[in-house]
Write a protein that binds this ligand. Structure first.
Ligand code: SF4
Length: 51
């Protein structure tokens, strides 16, 4: 089910709604990609899974 509280553009993820730019999970885990995080790129969606 589309979760309109989690906007996401990563269509390569198996949890992406595809028809609209939202996630279908109830919640997601966001983690550091690098520590300390200093830019947007320093953060990641750890709930991502390849389609
Ligand atoms: S799990 Fe993360 S990357 Fe995948 S659709 Fe949801 S928010 Fe986007």
């Amino acid at each position: 089910m589309i979760n309109k509280n989690i906007s996401c553009n990563v269509k390569d993820c198996k949890y992406h709604a595809q028809t609209e730019n939202y996630c279908t999970l109830n919640s997601i885990q966001i983690v550091n990609h690098t520590t300390p995080a200093t830019t947007k790129e320093s953060t990641d969606c750890a709930s991502f899974e390849k389609k």
